[in-house]
Design a protein around this ligand. Structure first.
Ligand code: ADP
Ligand code: MG
Length: 549
């Protein structure tokens, strides 16, 4: 494609078959696609939201309620739809929750923008207004947020339960149990510096899953669960008070890369050669024995002969352990990873109250548990089928993300649409004060926020217009900010009392990500595709909306 200036007139040469859509048409299409994507996930919002079943080309089935997962699995092709997928991914990566909400918000912001465009409001004005509204909303959000006290288990529990709540996993008791395990896990890996600043490295909460058993069998392991087996049948399968050696070295005789050849001309020579090998391997095992280790984990391989000698010495060994697991083992047991057998020393050994191989649903796994104050733990997820453990894992990862970002940020807000109503109310008051051309877009921003309580009400089968009117009225009164959509009793209620609490950080990220994405899409007024096929309009590249719902 080449661009030229001809007497001030811009000329664009497009390759043959290229397609170009400009101006209002480009904007109309972008908005329609974004709204279609948002509509596809809308029905999954909240605890009464429905699940989606996604079937891949290969026939793999995913049943989920998780916005990011749905969009990821949908294999969307239209570039605008891809941006929407990225919106969910960004939200997921930053805070681990609020993915459906952020997509709905983006869609609604664009829908509002579309209405303004029809009224001949210039896109630049809309974008400016949305920017002003977003930063004002973040400010109002802060005013409505409350402090989290890490010692207050009940608040943490409520935040965890709300994140878990909308996922279709287990009973209320099971959800409560899982959220307790997650809180425990987070507290175990949490670090607080002298200034009181909290740091949580969620990488050190390993989430391992195995289909089988019940959700209530899900457990927190004070250490690391390795999805491997003990490498030799003659080795012990159970070692109490284990002394653990971590190795990034092979217990094998290094085979050189070059084409070295050994000429053996007699049986004696062969014998000598094998004896030599045996001696080297024996020497390796000797070094481990001298370090007093009785459980060895190595990232590399272990020769059969070395395994045999280790078994004879009563040493348990696991080979080809993933690097990430090695780091977790180091954090959990206090062992130092040795890069050579010569570096092994007793003081670098780690400790675990128990190292044990257990058979879980027909497969061997090695539990390194009962560690002393481990800085790395494992949540071991169980459940009836693969689909159940997969969804449970997604939910657990969401809760770990949401709760740890809430603890780090130190603030929470009231969910169930209450915070969105409070923000919308605040923005409308502000829009009247602004009084400039941006006023209209600030009002549209407020309308977009109301889509969240509206969708929650809809999922519960409530009258949406009636609900929004009631909520608006309540939010205009003093102390009305706690009022949200009570989907259990199908009415407007005090959601603080009902314990629907959410991390402020999740809401903040939703506001920022959604407005950035909407503005980015609004700025596009020229779509050039070099494929011979034109962008296929609303829902292009996605399964037809109707099929998804
Ligand atoms: P997201 O992917 O955006 O987190 P969810 O499906 O998890 O979407 O739904 C989150 C929304 O559901 C939030 O607005 C939250 O406040 C609301 N919510 C969660 N639990 C309840 C509840 N028990 N009653 C009403 N609303 C709830
Ligand atoms: Mg959620």
């Amino acid at each position: 494609m080449a661009e030229n200036q001809l007497g001030g007139q811009q000329v664009l040469y497009l390759p043959e078959g290229a397609n170009r859509i400009i101006g209002r048409d480009a904007q109309r299409i972008s908005i329609a696609v974004a709204v279609a994507v948002a509509n596809a996930v809308k029905t999954t919002l909240g605890p009464k939201g429905l699940d989606k079943m996604l079937v891949s080309d290969l026939g793999d089935i995913v049943i989920t309620n998780d916005g990011a997962t749905i969009l990821n699995e949908m294999n969307v092709e239209h570039p605008i739809a891809k941006i929407m997928v990225d919106v969910a991914k960004t939200q997921d990566k930053e805070v681990g929750d609020g993915t459906t909400t952020v997509v709905i918000l983006t869609g609604e912001l664009l829908k509002g923008a579309g209405e303004l465009l029809e009224q001949a409001v210039h896109p630049t004005t809309i974008i400016k207004g949305y920017k002003i509204a977003a930063s004002k909303a973040v400010e109002i959000l802060d005013k409505h947020s409350k402090q989290i006290d890490v010692k207050d288990e009940s608040v943490l529990q409520k935040i965890a339960l709300v994140t878990l709540g909308s996922k279709n996993i287990g009973t209320e008791e099971e959800k409560t149990m899982i959220s307790k395990l997650i809180i425990k896990a987070i507290k175990q890996v949490m670090k607080t510096d002298e200034a009181g600043k909290v740091d949580i490295d969620t990488d050190f909460i390993k989430v391992e899953k195995k289909a089988g058993g019940n959700i209530s069998d899900t457990e927190l392991i004070n250490g690391v669960l390795i999805d491997k087996e003990v490498s030799h049948p003659g080795m012990p399968k159970h070692i109490a008070n284990a002394k653990i050696a971590l190795l990034d070295a092979a217990l094998e005789i290094e085979k050189t890369e070059t084409d070295a050849r050994i000429e053996i001309t007699s049986p004696d020579q062969m014998q000598a050669f094998l004896q030599q090998e045996e001696k080297i391997l024996k020497g390796m095992v000797e070094k481990i024995k001298n370090s007093k280790a009785n459980a060895v984990f190595t990232q590399k391989g272990i020769d059969d002969m070395a395994q045999h000698y280790m078994a004879k010495e009563g040493i348990l060994a696991v080979r080809r352990v993933k690097k990430s697991d090695m780091e977790k083992l180091a954090k959990a047991t206090g062992a130092k990873i040795a890069t050579s057998l010569d570096d092994l020393s007793e003081k670098d050994m780690g400790f675990a109250g128990l190292v044990e191989e257990r058979k879980i649903s027909g497969e061997q796994m090695v539990f390194v548990e009962k560690c002393k104050d481990p800085k790395s733990v494992t949540l071991f997820i169980r459940g009836g089928t693969q689909q159940v453990v997969d969804e449970e894992e997604r939910a657990v990862v969401d809760v770990i993300g949401a709760l740890s970002s809430a603890i780090k940020d130190g603030k929470y807000v009231i969910g169930a649409g209450a915070i969105e109503m409070a923000l919308a109310n605040g923005l409308r008051i502000y829009a009247n004060e602004v009084g400039s051309r941006e006023q209209l877009s600030i009002q549209k921003f407020a309308d977009a926020l109301e889509a969240i309580p509206k969708t929650l009400a809809e999922s519960a089968g409530m009258d949406t217009i009636e609900t929004i009117v009631q909520l608006r009225n309540k939010h205009r009164t003093k102390d009305g900010e706690v009022m949200g959509v009570d989907i259990v009793n199908n009415k407007v209620s005090d959601m603080a009392k009902l314990g629907i609490l959410e991390p402020k950080k999740v809401k903040e990220e939703e506001l920022i990500t959604a407005s950035n994405a909407a503005n980015m899409i609004l700025r596009i007024d020229d779509m050039i595709s070099s494929k011979s096929k034109a962008p296929s309009g609303p829902g292009g590249g996605m399964p037809p909306g109707g099929e998804m719902e």
